[in-house]
Design a protein around this ligand. Structure first.
Ligand code: CU
Length: 719
């Protein structure tokens, strides 16, 4: 049956008048086996992903969820404009759905586009609570076949355990993924890699990190590999509504049948852009047109940007045509500063444009006037024209042709996105500028804005009727996909007036982006990193309209990490001594207990409280008890500072209650993935150095020489 007839049969009657579209689903546990190990996941309507919801502009969407879990849950409508009390963020604007309870959402559909819905409770997205929504125009005459492709990431390990592991060791998953950034690989990559490493060590930023977690699988529509049939390939193309419903993954998406043409981003139509490889950040959506051909099944492949895996959807029936392998990233040769001066390294662009982009990055300022009348704007109009032609071109021809120079080889940012109409905000309004620096690090695994988690600083206050401009500046080596609830914002780019509207924007490592939106709502809306592990550890703010009533009552619950304290245990059993260290830490404070002892008559115990000013400096106070066989036994009170020095050397500057000063320096050097060297020295001339050989990310064999305890061999456990 042709698409046209299907369309007439099913679609026309449905939208000839506005309707209430109703769904009712259970949220429940679901046994799954994705990797060969059976585990329990969470599902909506017993499906992962949840069923695709469909409605038209003018309809009312009514969805009831029955919570069959033994824990509370919630549902947020990602990117959809709706009344605040339907937004689904527990405690902030919708009450959580208690175990055994039901909740009905009901809101009018005001706009079309590709969106998704997901739990906003704990790490439930990672466990399966997400699905897609397709909103269409009431009279849209689209005869093209459309398919939803919902990408996600999967790990068998419980999501809470994943977070606990991230808290324990900054390279816990790097070890699992075999991406530990060791010196042997730095040297093997030659001079630029050595320069990068020395530079990142000197600036204390640490190495580049593309993904925190080592996933077991990447999924598209819940499967590692799947297929969609093309109903009528004479149309030459179909539309894919791609959604990144991952917990923390970014993908580079490539299609085997030729360039994809982007027609919408985050549910908003854009001028068509042909692109060979497209980066889709966590929580973004892109609609693309892809060519199809009778007898061919073209692979759409989404490769995780850390290079650890991909998902595939084969489009069409017949001979399978694989998408090209995306080369794995070489972290040693990636330099965040270079990336931002030249954000689209692979892009085929001329020098002038590159200069202009650098200029834009250097001088973040409202570009509505400056960029719009640059010559590039004219150039781009020409490109758009070609792009449109390319779309209309019959598929076989397009495939046979060498890639047009207008096709963007690898789109990793938003410079090319151009809205169909002006997105300039209403004039004559008060402008509010808000500076938000993205802060945090892998070491303590705390993520924040302006150095403060949402526990410490919850709100950004705005006022209805003004224009708001966020200056977003990433001070970390991670990507952060930032999402604003309840509003579309302009991502200010070279297209000036026609800067695109989005609901989620990636800020690359050390990158800067300006977004603007009209404050046209009320009450409170969340603004947060959509990497769920970053959100959970503090990278949130409530964008709060002045006079909002809900905020003061409810803030401080859901948007802040529920589990506040994380523990790290390290046990070192040597032939000449043992050392046990226990740390309990939250986003600002930590307690540290350490016991060193030999098997005879020497021991040392300390108990310290630490206040972490920022990622490099903490202050501490506590006590130390020491019993030594040869001399200086004591009980002392100590206080001081821990400072991370250039080259990632940890320094401890301390005084005791006798007025004695001591400086201690130590560091670990990862020589290879498994082999490391560590040393410690202090001004009392106590020295320890040794080698460790890691058997796993929890266990190492060590040899140590120590001025207090002598030489020995042993094991080290992290748990
Ligand atoms: Cu983040």
């Amino acid at each position: 049956m042709s698409v046209r007839i299907l369309y007439l049969l099913f679609v026309l009657p449905a939208f000839s008048f506005a309707a209430t579209v109703s769904y009712e689903f259970d949220i429940d546990t679901k046994p799954v086996n994705i990797t060969g190990t059976p585990v329990e996941a969470l599902s909506i309507a017993d499906q992962i992903p949840a069923p695709t919801l469909r409605a038209r502009v003018g309809d009312t969407l009514r969805v009831t969820f029955n919570n069959r879990l033994h824990e509370s849950t919630s549902v947020h409508w990602h990117g959809i404009l709706l009344p605040g009390n339907q937004d689904g963020v527990p405690y902030l604007n919708t009450q959580p759905i208690a175990p055994g309870a039901s909740h009905t959402f009901e809101f009018p559909i005001l706009h079309s586009g590709t969106f998704w819905y997901h739990s906003h409770t704990e790490l439930q997205i990672q466990r399966g609570v997400y699905g897609s929504i397709v909103l269409s125009e009431p009279n849209a005459e689209t005869l093209l076949q459309e398919e939803v492709v919902l990408f996600s990431d999967w790990i068998d390990e419980d999501a809470e355990q994943v977070l606990a592991n991230l808290k324990k060791a900054d390279d816990f998953y790097a070890y699992k993924k075999d991406t530990v950034q060791s010196w042997d690989n730095v040297l093997a990559n030659g001079r630029p890699a050595i320069r990068n490493r020395l530079n990142s060590a000197y600036t204390r930023m640490g190495p580049m990190d593309l993904a925190d977690v080592a996933y077991d699988a990447f999924l598209a529509n819940g499967q590692r590999e799947s297929a969609v049939s093309v109903l009528d390939s004479s149309a030459g193309q179909i539309k894919l509504r791609m959604i990144n419903g991952s917990t923390s993954s970014y993908y580079d998406v490539e299609y085997a049948g030729g360039p994809m043409t982007i027609v919408a981003a985050d549910g908003q139509n854009v001028e068509p852009i042909p692109v060979q490889r497209l980066r889709i950040s966590t929580a973004e959506t892109y609609d693309v047109l892809v060519p199809v051909m009778t007898g061919q099944a073209f692979e759409l492949r989404a490769t995780s940007i850390d290079g650890t895996g991909h998902s595939s959807v084969f489009v069409g029936d017949g001979q399978r045509v694989p998408a090209p392998d995306v080369p794995p990233p070489n972290l040693y040769l990636m330099n965040a500063m270079d990336m931002n001066m030249n954000m689209d390294m692979d892009m085929d662009m001329d020098m002038d444009m590159e200069m202009e982009m650098s200029h834009d990055m250097d001088m973040p300022m409202p570009q509505s006037q400056t960029a719009a009348d640059s010559t590039d704007a004219t150039d781009h109009t020409a490109h758009q024209q070609n792009a449109t032609d390319a779309v209309a071109m019959p598929v076989p021809q397009q495939m046979a042709m060498p890639m047009s120079s207008d096709v963007i080889e690898h789109m990793t940012d938003y410079e090319h996105l151009q809205a169909r109409v002006s997105t300039v905000l209403p004039g004559n309004r008060h402008w509010r500028d808000v500076d938000l620096t993205l802060t945090g690090s892998m070491e303590r695994y705390v993520w924040s804005f302006n150095g403060k988690t949402s526990r410490e600083e919850a709100q950004v206050l705005i006022r209805k009727g003004e224009n708001v401009r966020f200056h977003l500046s990433n001070d970390t080596m991670m990507h952060h996909p930032l999402h604003l609830h309840g509003h579309f914002f302009r991502v200010v780019n070279q297209h000036g007036e026609r800067s695109p509207l989005k609901h989620t924007v990636n800020i690359a490592p050390m990158g800067q982006v300006i977004i603007e939106f009209a404050a046209s709502e009320e009450e409170d809306w969340l603004f947060h990193c959509h990497n769920q592990y970053h959100m959970k550890t503090g990278m949130n703010r409530v964008i709060s309209y002045e006079d909002s009533s809900l905020f003061t009552e409810l803030i401080g619950k859901q948007i802040q990490p529920d589990k506040r304290w994380y523990r790290i245990d390290e046990f070192h059993l040597m032939s000449q001594f043992m050392d046990y260290e226990f740390t309990l830490s939250d986003d600002r404070h930590s307690f540290d207990f350490e016991l060193d002892a030999d098997m005879v008559d020497t021991y040392e115990v300390h108990l310290l409280y630490n206040y972490h000013f920022n990622r490099f400096v903490s202050g501490f106070a506590g006590m130390e008890t020491r019993e030594h066989h040869h001399d200086n036994s004591h009980d002392i009170t100590i206080a001081g500072l821990n400072v991370t020095l250039p080259f990632m050397i940890d320094s401890e500057w301390r005084v005791d209650d006798h007025g004695e000063f001591r400086l201690e320096l130590q560091s670990d050097v990862r020589l290879t993935k498994r082999f490391g060297f560590d040393w410690r020295w202090n001004t009392d001339n106590e020295r320890r150095y040794g080698f460790n050989y890691r058997l796993s990310n929890r266990l190492a064999i060590t040899v140590h020489s120590d001025t207090e305890y002598g030489d020995g061999i042993g094991m080290q456990f992290f748990f």
